[in-house]
Design a protein around this ligand. Sequence first.
Ligand SMILES: NC(=O)c1ccc[n+]([C@@H]2O[C@H](COP(=O)([O-])OP(=O)(O)OC[C@H]3O[C@@H](n4cnc5c(N)ncnc54)[C@H](OP(=O)(O)O)[C@@H]3O)[C@@H](O)[C@H]2O)c1
Length: 241
Amino acid sequence: MSAERAAIVTGASSGIGLAIARVLAEEGFALTMAARRPEKLDAAVAGLAADGFDVQAVAANIADEAEIQKVVEAHRARHGRLDVLVNNAGVGVGATVAEIQTKRLDMQLDINLRSIILFYRECIGMLREAAAEHKNVLVVNTSSISGKHGEAWLSVYSAAKHGVVGWTESMNKELGAEGIKSTALCPAFVDTPMTDFVKEHVAPEDMIRPEDIAESVRFLLRVSPACIVPEVTFVRPGDAL
Ligand SMILES: NC(=O)c1ccc[n+]([C@@H]2O[C@H](COP(=O)([O-])OP(=O)(O)OC[C@H]3O[C@@H](n4cnc5c(N)ncnc54)[C@H](OP(=O)(O)O)[C@@H]3O)[C@@H](O)[C@H]2O)c1
């Protein structure tokens, strides 16, 4: 039996993506959860399945177009509809400009930006069908506070995340009137595996919780079709605004 509402979450095996997946499951969405490493993803999916939620895992490297198509096809085969798409998978690799390696440059652009564009393209048919039904389709794109302010050393990551904010704005202009609403999430440090590199200097308990970010998605699900939230920014006390 197909679900009444269904969602895809990328980067769903840990951190922010896993927290968003839990909120969507609690809100009644059947889920396809995608991430790169199968064992880690299977463990995350098993955690939600143990709580009785309708979840499937699709391991995929979303730097690869064919793998993106695999995720979308697996979702379509199981649920046949898509009401919420969460483009959350991301990676950051620091380097000064002189040290930038082409392979790492391409990887960051592919995962953080190109994959989002391809997910929209591959999902647009299902998103349009859902929008025609209820005018309240949501696409969440995880950018970063580095998508609002350029960062030294994390310059490539920062450029990709600025691209996510710009892409989100474009999609609202192109698809908003149809009932497909896009939101860029722009957090400062969140306590996830991604920030392990900085935890010697910033204590995990001083970081934003993944659940804080996920709660914003619960809010986005509740706003009326008349309201688009283009962007949500999350900072820590004392952060420059
Ligand atoms: N933590 C922060 O302070 C912070 C702040 C601002 C924005 N963000 C953004 O938030 C998003 C989630 O990050 P997080 O902090 O929750 O980190 P995380 O716990 O490391 O999660 C990253 C997720 O992305 C997946 N992923 C990475 N590369 C992938 C690929 N090529 N194909 C498929 N999945 C891939 C990971 O799967 P594997 O582990 O299997 O690779 C994992 O599920 C990212 O876009 C990140 O840039 C994070």
